[in-house]
Write a protein that binds this ligand. Structure first.
Ligand SMILES: [Zn+2]
Length: 239
């Protein structure tokens, strides 16, 4: 595969809920942020249904989860966090969502988009399927002159994303060594207290264990040394 020679400085992570980036790809994001890449998060919902506490109203929970997401993003070195405010649990890949994501791609011009693999076998969460699909459909739309042409005013032009990385995939073909960042990755995940609780050492160990397994998978697939801890992605390079 030919490697790109262009700089890939700007990264946009598109997830369905606050905590999707931290569960899915935060080790890689931390590593890339440390390497000087500029990272923007786009969360399509604010996770307002992610509690079974009847005393907690969706609006309160959304505010709490947005705060948790901002705290995690700050730990990671994310420059900007954008919430689109679609209702949690009811996300659909509509033309409206595709148009808004397309507009964000044209405005922020990310070289790399990271999102959820919508085709993972038995991906049961409808929001996760819809988010991945909408992100990929928006990448397609953003490069075309005649799709959502009303956005192309002033300095705004079509934008071709160079690479997409799908996390939570069953078809990884790219692995990032996150040995440098595993503890920082866990610390960022722990910012989502409403979802993971306080000092959740069992979850931390599960993340280490899963990242070790992915490191071994990289060793088998790449027939190289492998990594102590890794994250795996399905990667697309657009030309
Ligand atoms: Zn999620």
């Amino acid at each position: 595969m030919t490697e790109t020679t262009e700089p890939l400085d700007r990264v946009m992570v598109i997830g369905a809920h606050p905590d999707d980036p931290e569960f899915g790809c935060a080790g890689t994001v931390i590593k890339w942020a440390r390497a000087g890449r500029s990272i923007t998060y786009v969360l399509l919902t604010s996770g307002d249904k992610g509690s079974r506490d009847p005393g907690l109203r969706p609006g309160q929970l959304a505010a709490m989860r947005e705060d948790e997401q901002r705290a995690a993003a700050e730990e990671i070195g994310v420059e900007q966090v954008i919430f689109l405010g679609y209702p949690d649990g009811l996300l659909e890949n509509t033309l409206d969502l595709r148009r808004r994501l397309c507009g964000l791609l044209r405005q922020h011009q990310p070289h790399i988009v990271m999102t959820i693999d919508p085709w993972r076998t038995y991906q049961l969460h409808p929001d996760h399927r819809a988010a991945g699909q909408a992100a990929l459909d928006a990448i397609y739309a953003a490069r075309e002159w005649y799709i959502f042409p009303e956005q192309l005013i002033g300095d705004v032009e079509p934008w071709g994303v160079k690479e997409a990385y799908l996390f939570w995939t069953g078809n990884a073909d790219y692995w990032e060594d996150i040995t440098c960042c595993i503890e920082a990755r866990i610390a960022a995940l722990m910012c989502h207290t409403s979802q993971v609780g306080e000092n959740n050492e069992r979850l931390a160990e599960r993340i280490r264990e899963r990242s070790r397994k992915t490191g071994e998978e990289a060793r088998e697939k790449l027939e190289e040394e492998g990594y102590e801890y890794a994250e795996g992605f399905k990667r697309f390079q657009f030309r």
